[in-house]
Ligand binder design. Structure first.
Ligand code: CMP
Length: 137
């Protein structure tokens, strides 16, 4: 069993597709361990995406992530990191396979509907970033 972190980004929350996206997780046997809708501060977003701080898209990424509420969830299942990444599709929705979340709901590489951890190790850190132990049931 693995755990991974999902963020439903402000564009997808604004579109009203939280339920549709969570349904895809559960349909692929990813259990919702914890979930909450929150408004990130600038400092939250800068700190969460610190690995991208030197990238040219960092400022736009932070501005976008604080443009409205997000839904953060911990998903659990066999190979959860990879299963979740397959469900999301490529980072750039233009390259995402038909039927993936980003192909169906994302606008462009900035407003790309969802984020998912890219490794088990990063998942642990990302889960700890958003959730206290008592929230992980
Ligand atoms: P995410 O999986 O949340 O991780 C970092 C985000 O930066 C990524 O999704 C994209 O939304 C955004 N981004 C913008 N431009 C790029 C780029 N050229 N390469 C990777 N990520 C980008």
């Amino acid at each position: 069993m693995e755990q991974t972190l999902s963020i439903i980004k402000p564009d997808a929350v604004a579109k009203g597709v939280i339920g549709k996206i969570i349904d895809r997780f559960e349909s692929e046997q990813l259990r919702i361990v914890a979930t909450k809708k929150i408004q990130l501060s600038k400092q939250d977003a800068q700190s969460f995406y610190a690995v991208h701080a030197e990238r040219p898209f960092f400022k736009d990424l932070v501005d976008f992530m604080i443009s409205g509420p997000v839904v953060v969830s911990v998903l659990e299942g066999e190979n959860a990191v990879l299963v979740h990444r397959d469900l999301m599709g490529a980072t750039d929705p233009k390259e995402a396979e038909i039927g993936t979340i980003r192909a169906d709901f994302a606008e462009n590489i900035d407003a790309n509907a969802v984020h998912g951890s890219d490794s088990v190790e990063n998942a642990k850190n990302e889960i700890r970033f958003f959730f206290a132990d008592r929230e992980l049931t």
